[in-house]
Design a protein around this ligand. Structure first.
Ligand SMILES: Nc1ncnc2c1ncn2[C@@H]1O[C@H](COP(=O)(O)OP(=O)(O)OP(=O)(O)O)[C@@H](O)[C@H]1O
Ligand SMILES: [Mg+2]
Length: 392
C-alpha cells in the first residue's frame, strides 16, 4: 500500500536543500511545499496526504491556531511537527492543536521515515487489537472520601503485578488526583486533550497520552486545571473507552460523584460499578440515593457492587445493617488501617509495595486475585503473589 507524505517547509531554501538529498522510498510518495503553518490546510485539501511533516523552527500561538483549524477540518490526516523546540510545553500545546508528535528538527530523511512509521503504526495498531475486549469497571464513592481513588489505584497496581495490562481513566475532571496515589510523576496530557482529539484517536495516540506508572500500568490523567471540560462528551468518552478496551485487559474508571451526560455514558458502558461506602449515616444515605439513581438508569442489580471500606467490627453500623438498609449484599469488605493507607497515599506508593502485610493490602490482594486469578507457585518458582503475601 502506498503512503502519501507531504512536507511543508518555512522557506524555499529549506525545501530545496532537503529535496535534492532525498532518496526515493518504495511505497512512499512525497510532495514538498513551503509557507509554514499557513499552507497546512491547502496541502491537506490538495494532496490528501496520510501524514504531513510541518517544519517550524519556533512555533508560536498564531501557528498553533492555524494548525488547530486545519486538523479539526481534516481529522484523518496525521500531522507531525518538526521543530528545534521539542520541550514539554510545546508538545502539550501541539497535541492540543491536533498534532500527533513533535520531532526534533531539522526536517531530514530520518523525519520522513518517522512519518511513514507513524502511519504504518497507526494502521497496524487499529487492526491488531480489534478482537481484544478488556474489562471495564467503574469505581465511585457514595460520599466524598469513602476511598474510591485509593481502592481503584491500588487494585490497578495489583492487577498489573499479575501481568495484566491496566489503564486507569481519571474521570474526576475537577481536580482528579488518581495518578498521585501511585507515582510522584505528573502527566502533561490529560483525558481532556485526548477527548479533544477523539476523531483521530488510535492506539498510538492513546499510548502517547497516558502516564506510565510501570510498563503495563498506565493512567489517563485528569487535567491539572478544569479547563475545556466541554470536550469530554458522551461521544468522546465512548470513543476513548472503546479504544482503551481493545488495548488493555482492565480499564478502571475513577468516577466523580457527578451525573453529567459524559459520566452517565461511562457508567452505562461499565460492566460493573463498584460503589464504595462506609459505616457512617451520611455515607449510607448517599449510598441509597446513588443506588436509586443507578436503578433509575436501568442498571441491573448484578452491575452494582457494594464495597464497604474502612470496615471496623465495633462500628455502630454493622455490616448487616448496611446490607439491610441498602437491600444489596456487600461484595467486598476492606478493613480500616488508617496509618498505613495514609502513608501509602502521602508517599504516592501503592500499599502492597509499602506494607505488603497490612490487612488492607491483603484484602486488596484477594480482590485482585478474584478478578485475575494467578497460579501461585506454578512451576516451582514463587509468583509475585506468593512473594507479596509471604507465601500464604
Ligand atoms: N481502608 C482504609 N483504611 C483507612 N483509611 C482509608 C482507607 N481507605 C481510604 N482511606 C482514607 O480515606 C481518605 C480518602 O480516600 P480517597 O481519596 O481514596 O477517597 P475518594 O473517595 O476518592 O475521595 P474523593 O471524594 O476526594 O475523590 C484517604 O485519606 C485515605 O487515607
Ligand atoms: Mg477520589
Amino acid at each position: 500500500m502506498s503512503h502519501k507524505v507531504a512536507l511543508i517547509f518555512e522557506t524555499n531554501e529549506e525545501r530545496d536543500q532537503l529535496v535534492g538529498k532525498l532518496k526515493p522510498m518504495s511505497g512512499v510518495s512525497i510532495s514538498a511545499h513551503v509557507g509554514g503553518a499557513r499552507s497546512l490546510q491547502g496541502v491537506m485539501v490538495k494532496e490528501k496526504p496520510d501524514v504531513v511533516l510541518l517544519a517550524l523552527l519556533r512555533p508560536d500561538d498564531a501557528a498553533f491556531e492555524v494548525i488547530e483549524a486545519a486538523t479539526l477540518r481534516h481529522p484523518s490526516v496525521l500531522v507531525l511537527l518538526v521543530s528545534e523546540d521539542t520541550g514539554l510545553t510545546t508538545l502539550k500545546r501541539a497535541m492540543r492543536a491536533g498534532v500527533r508528535d513533535v520531532l526534533p528538527g531539522p526536517l531530514n530523511a530520518a523525519s520522513v521515515q518517522a512519518g511513514v512509521d507513524y502511519v504504518k503504526d497507526s494502521e497496524s495498531i487499529t487492526s491488531r487489537f480489534v478482537d481484544n475486549e478488556g474489562t471495564l469497571y467503574a469505581f465511585m464513592s457514595a460520599k466524598g472520601g469513602c476511598g474510591a481513588t485509593f481502592l481503584v489505584t491500588n487494585l490497578a497496581y495489583l492487577l498489573a503485578k499479575a501481568s495484566k495490562r491496566v489503564l486507569i481513566v481519571d474521570l474526576n475532571l475537577y481536580f482528579g488526583d488518581a495518578a498521585s496515589y501511585l507515582t510522584s510523576r505528573k502527566s502533561e496530557v490529560s483525558v481532556v486533550d485526548v477527548a479533544r482529539q477523539s476523531r483521530r484517536l488510535d492506539g498510538s495516540l492513546l499510548e502517547a497520552s497516558v502516564l506510565k506508572v510501570r510498563d503495563n500500568l498506565h493512567v489517563l490523567c485528569a487535567p491539572e486545571l478544569p479547563y475545556k471540560l466541554e470536550e469530554v462528551t458522551p461521544e468522546t468518552v465512548a470513543a476513548i473507552l472503546a479504544l482503551a478496551r481493545t488495548e488493555y485487559d482492565f480499564v478502571l474508571l475513577d468516577m466523580a460523584r457527578t451525573m453529567d451526560p459524559a459520566a452517565v455514558k461511562a457508567l452505562d458502558l461499565a460492566e460493573r460499578i463498584y460503589l464504595v461506602t462506609g459505616q457512617t449515616l451520611p455515607a449510607l444515605q448517599d449510598t441509597l440515593r446513588m443506588i436509586a439513581v443507578f436503578e433509575g438508569l436501568g442498571y441491573g442489580r448484578e452491575k452494582i457492587m457494594l464495597v464497604l471500606n474502612r470496615y471496623t467490627k465495633s462500628s455502630q453500623i454493622p455490616l448487616g445493617e448496611v446490607e439491610r438498609t441498602t437491600g444489596y449484599k456487600v461484595a467486598r469488605v476492606l478493613p480500616a488501617s488508617d496509618d498505613a493507607v495514609l502513608a501509602s497515599i502521602n508517599q504516592g506508593i501503592p500499599l502492597a509495595k509499602l506494607a505488603a502485610r497490612d490487612p488492607v493490602a491483603r484484602a486488596l490482594n484477594e480482590w485482585a486475585q478474584a478478578l485475575a486469578p494467578v497460579a501461585v507457585n506454578a512451576g516451582g518458582k514463587p509468583s509475585w503473589f506468593s512473594t507479596l503475601t509471604g507465601g500464604m
